[in-house]
Design a binder for this molecule. Sequence first.
Ligand code: PLA
Length: 423
Amino acid sequence: MSTSTVARARAIRWWDHVTPAPKDPINSVTEAFLADPCPYKINLGVGAYRDDEGKPIVLQCVREAQAKIESSNFLESNSTAVSSKLVEESAKLVYGEDSDVIKEGRFAGVPALSGTGACHLFAELQRRLYPNSRIYLPDPTWSNHHNIWRDAHVAKKTFRYYHPDSKGLDFMALMDDVKNAPDGSFFLLHPCAHNPTGVDPSYEQWKEISSLFKVKNHFPFFDMAYQGFASGDLERDARAIRIFLEDGHLIGCAQSFAKNMGLYGHRVGCLSVLCDDKTQAVAIKSQLQQIARTMYGSPPIHGILLVSKILSDPDIKATWLKEVKVMATRVQRMRAALRDSLEKLGSSLDWQHITNQVGMFCFSGLTPDEVDRLAKEFHIYMTYDGRISMAGVTTKNVDYLANAIHEVTASDQDAKVLCNLRA
Ligand code: PLA
């Protein structure tokens, strides 16, 4: 009997009503890139670090940690001790080595399936504990934040963040939206290297944001996916969180080691939630563990062992800190090189934002049509919002990229010149 005859014989057609889900805006770039046979194609879509040869790297600290955990009997189970080590070390990284929060055990922390899993755990916790609350997301934000809170059935609203004209922070609008949100709202903040804009508030602006959150009794949830990538210094990149800590906020934090340790494939992360005391921390942790238990039981242990080893072995940690600096500096160099190249080509557009923005991404201002032309005519791939993953730019491809950007933006420049002439 053919498959279709079998299907016809069944009374219920289970999947007839299902249509394909919309493509993910980031993963679909990788798919398009992979399908392109051109030998000199460039993928500037997903934010994964590449070296100056355009190749993914295994960090030296990871190799050293791997050698040290080789003997661990880790394939059988995920022991509590191993998880606790990861949580403790991760918490030190965001809240500070000597933080009272850690000394007093005033936080609930669990390992998570990278930054995505940590965000998802928090969204589920939010729905469970505050079913009528909503989450305020920056406009724009990482596209998956919308999916995560949607799937956790938490209502969403955006707050203004980015100003397309200045290609910088719209601080006044941000403060207005924070002020006008109902007291006690949940807000998602990127503590450093905002994705996709590369625009972070200054130290003083963070202080003002924290003060206003205090007045409004808002709950700040930090998605820390790029610690180290903004400045090259992990401590400096945690300063927004430290300001909130000093101001006495209870906060939540999702951490990812995908980028700063180059462990994207291992899915290692941590979710921590600060509490008023140990009793609360025990309660929150047990809720998180229950949510995780139904979703995936326990997280894979190999990556957890690697990260714990890197963070707890002083020599390996020192190597890691140097390597983060090297990665961040290479990306910064590529920002300068891209801007320089565009300016040397005589582009009349303003490209200052390439070097003003920080972290892995440049929010270029390229239009969807221009992004489309870059892919079709130059085999350069990026998301349709014009986000360039600067981690994919290298000494070898930067001039080619600049030339292509210049070509596809040239008509805009002509139009601008015409406008100016007419004015
Ligand atoms: N939060 C933000 C702000 C992110 O940019 C990303 C990853 C995550 C969380 C999830 O990190 P994870 O890989 O540790 O789960 N964003 C990437 C990758 C780098 C992606 O979308 O999968 C990006 O290209 O935007």
